[in-house]
Design a binder for this molecule. Structure first.
Ligand code: HEM
Ligand SMILES: *[C@@H]1O[C@H](CO)[C@@H](O)[C@H](O)[C@H]1NC(C)=O
Ligand SMILES: *[C@@H]1O[C@H](CO)[C@@H](O)[C@H](O)[C@H]1NC(C)=O
Ligand SMILES: *[C@@H]1O[C@H](CO)[C@@H](O)[C@H](O)[C@H]1NC(C)=O
Ligand SMILES: CC(=O)N[C@H]1CO[C@H](CO)[C@@H](O)[C@@H]1O
Length: 330
């Protein structure tokens, strides 16, 4: 199923589907659709054009930036804290274990410097990340945007490696833990399942799932909840012990296409992580997985849950700052 047939964002279907899946209203605070319309009218265009240029030579950019955005929003809210480099005595979020494989920081630097040329000191790194992630994932669809992005976030000044654990779920998390982490951010079980659909694009390193293939309970066994044929396929890709340089598509053969295949493979027990498989271990979650196999259900729901995720604990008004460079506080 190609996303382009269904990816068109329509406010009507978002509202309709929110009601169907009982998703709560979007808490968008002070964010607005084009916050920079007077202060930097070209901002969104510059972000899009630069992102498209970078995505043309790096087809993985969408997956990379979407994951960075998720990690930003779940630690201290969507304040670009994930973009800050460490300083002497303060290892930043980037140093934390789950961040080992985050990519896309150079792209954000490039986009930011293009925006700064037009409007110095006006557009936040937090907004640039949110808009660029959307644009990079939407790039294959050219002029369609997969979800709306509100703007007006400001940048935080604090980033601590120690705050990542407990806020970013691990690929070994069970359903209870996943539900709790999302609940802590004001997100529901529906949002958890819908946003896990982000794994329809991108790749994962063998170490994030190889225990399921070789030594699930420490007895040299495989995870019984993993499709045995798929487990064989994965063992060929990922020899034991795990080689940290090998990556595998999370949504096999479709890892560059933003579609509903993630939910299809999930019901065939081909979810890559324990945290993916965990979405089938709860009845209501499992029901949502089935529903989301329908593009008409998935695309508007994803748009709605992204609006919620990208509004987590945002800094607005006079809070925070507008960073000059995304890796450093002013
Ligand atoms: C529900 C809990 C989640 C867990 C446990 C989780 C875990 C992971 C892990 C372990 C990887 C592979 C990292 C690597 O080995 O390089 C990954 C990749 C990815 N995740 Fe998640 N994730 C979760 C939710 C999300 C959400 C909510 C999104 C965005 C909406 C997301 C988007 C992505 C993307 C796009 C990639 C691929 C990155 C790339 O190809 O560079 N994930 N995730
Ligand atoms: C889920 O994982 C947490 C943390 O590892 C653990 O304390 C809890 O007992 C687990 N819950 C279930 C139902 O397995
Ligand atoms: C499996 O795990 C157990 C317990 O952690 C360990 O003692 C054993 O060496 C592991 N076996 C393999 C083949 O990795
Ligand atoms: C979940 O579904 C299973 C099988 O469909 C059923 O046996 C079980 O009672 C359900 N559990 C709850 C809490 O509804
Ligand atoms: C992208 C990035 O900054 N990754 C960092 C993750 O953390 C390790 C240390 O644990 C750093 O060496 C990486 O540079």
């Amino acid at each position: 199923m190609r996303a382009s047939n269904h990816g068109f964002f329509s406010l009507f279907s978002v509202l309709l589907l929110s009601t169907l899946l009982a998703v709560q209203a979007v808490p968008n605070g002070a964010l607005s659709l084009n916050f920079y319309w007077r202060t930097c009218p070209k901002a969104l265009r510059i972000i899009r054009d630069t992102t498209f240029r970078l995505a043309r030579s790096n087809p993985s950019l969408g997956a990379q930036l979407l994951r960075v955005q998720f990690h930003d929003c779940f630690v201290r809210g969507c304040d670009a804290s994930v973009l800050l480099d460490s300083t002497t005595g303060n290892p930043s979020e980037k140093e934390a274990r789950p961040n080992l494989s985050l990519l896309g920081f150079d792209a954000i630097d490039t986009i930011k410097s293009e925006v700064e040329k037009a409007c110095p000191g006006v557009v936040s790194c937090a907004d640039i990340l949110a808009v660029a992630a959307r644009d990079a994932v939407s790039f294959p669809l050219k002029n369609r945007q997969l979800w709306p992005v509100l703007t007006g976030r400001r940048d935080g000044t604090v980033s601590r490696s120690s705050e990542v654990t407990g806020n970013i779920p691990s690929p070994f998390s069970n359903f209870t833990t996943l539900k709790q982490i999302f609940e802590n951010k004001g997100l529901t079980v529906s949002d958890l399942v819908i946003l896990s659909g982000g794994h329809t694009i991108g790749v994962a390193h063998c170490g994030t799932f190889s225990r399921r293939l070789y030594n699930f309970t420490g007895q040299g066994d495989a995870d019984p909840s993993l499709n045995p044929i798929y487990a064989n396929f994965l063992r060929q890709k990922c020899p034991n012990p795990a080689d940290s340089s090998i990556t595998v598509e999370m949504d096999p053969k479709s890892s560059r296409s933003f579609d509903t295949d993630y939910f299809k493979i999930l019901t065939q027990h081909k979810g890559l992580f324990q945290s993916d498989a965990a979405l089938l271990t709860d009845n209501s979650s499992s029901r949502i997985v089935k529903e989301l196999q329908k593009p008409k259900a998935f695309f508007p729901s994803f748009a709605n849950s992204m609006l919620k995720m990208s509004a987590i604990e945002v800094l607005t008004g006079k809070n925070g700052e507008i960073r000059k460079r995304c890796r450093f506080v002013n």
